[in-house]
Design a protein around this ligand. Sequence first.
Ligand code: UD1
Length: 436
Amino acid sequence: MEYYVVKGGSPLSGEVEIAGAKNAALAIVAAAIMADEPVTIENVPDVSDIRALVGAISDIGGEVAHPERHTYVINGANIKDEPVDNEAVRKIRGSYYLIGALLGKYRKAEVALPGGCNIGLRPIDQHIKGFRALGANVSVVPPGHVRAEASCLVGSHIYMDVVSVGATINIIMAAIMAKGNTIIENAAKEPHVVDLANFLNSMGAKIRGAGTDVIRIRGIEKLHGTNYSIIPDQIEAGTFMYAAACTRGDVTITNVIPKHLECLTAKLTEIGCEVTESDDSVRVVATRRLEHTNVKTLPYPGFPTDMQPQISVLLGLSRGTSIVTESIFENRFKYTDELAKMGGNVRVEGNTAIIDGVENYTGAKITAPDLRAGAALVAAALAARGYSEIYDIHYIERGYEDFPEKLRSLGAFIAKVSNKDEERRAINGFNMRIVG
Ligand code: UD1
């Protein structure tokens, strides 16, 4: 079993380049099967969630070429009429995008119920409501598959009861080749919803309003091939920004869209960091202990739930008491037990964490409970005094490309090891670097 060993206490410093957005890529790679021509997608992050989705696409007859590490060419001309199900696909959340893509294209989809991080109930009722509004019959059939079928999909006026990224994207895909017009109200406005809409429009779809809460779609007959590059990952960028602040470092994060990071930047500035933006990079400098604040997670452009563990870890080191309210997912504070092992002082009451900042964390043996919390705990370990071991790193690798390598390029002492011998060698290597 692989784990990270970390020697904390050194400020991160230098420059790090951000990969393509995982959550945009999951939607775009799934949507690529909707054309019967090759679709080239660039800037796809090399992470395990994407590999699982691409594997599922090849399993059902999609032709997939992978000419470069971050480029896929997908041709959905020969997709077979069979359920999407394998062990990898059942573990990821993004597999549900194949429901919208297959239903939209073939009027029929059967896909294993989605997995994903265990951060709450994560129902898909809004996806189903949207598919039904377009005329599909949707049911859950053994062995745990969602089946959606329609003789004809017809445009509709859909009001979403909750703002859902996944449901907005799935309904867009199901509606682009429906007869007539569809309006989605109370749509999610996240950058990856806009990226998916731009991608589909480059294939001939007629989608307007993505990035606002009303999306209008005019149904078209068919999509054609395209060549498209995915936007940078807002959450990976945010994770490095907050890790830089945790370690009192000086890090320039490149290949970002600063606009997508505005609320993350605003919080850092508010608590005492210096943040400088340029066209496609941000520099975060933290020279002293930061101040406390309150944060509530909200749909975009609010503070992202996927950055909640990272800001909580940072506030855990700040002066005074901070209050973090999680309003999107109900089970997203599990990592606070791990943080307590490192000396963190966090009390969770319902959907609120009350954080009394401590001067330092201390290294400990900890377990990543999910993807984002795993990355946040690595940031805690980098800031901590002493050594940490971080287990269940497969969660982190679902969504962060070359995470330890990128951190090492910023001067961090982190290594991926699989036994105590390797751990000892890694620690010797850390100490030699310090002496050298
Ligand atoms: C996506 C992201 C995830 C991120 C989340 C919120 C992917 C693969 N995952 O997840 O990283 O944390 O957006 O930004 O892109 N809800 C319902 N019914 C539904 C759908 C959602 O009640 O049918 C609720 C959820 O329980 C949650 C809220 O709506 O409380 C938002 O969920 P949603 O935006 O759908 O998250 P995901 O698409 O699952």
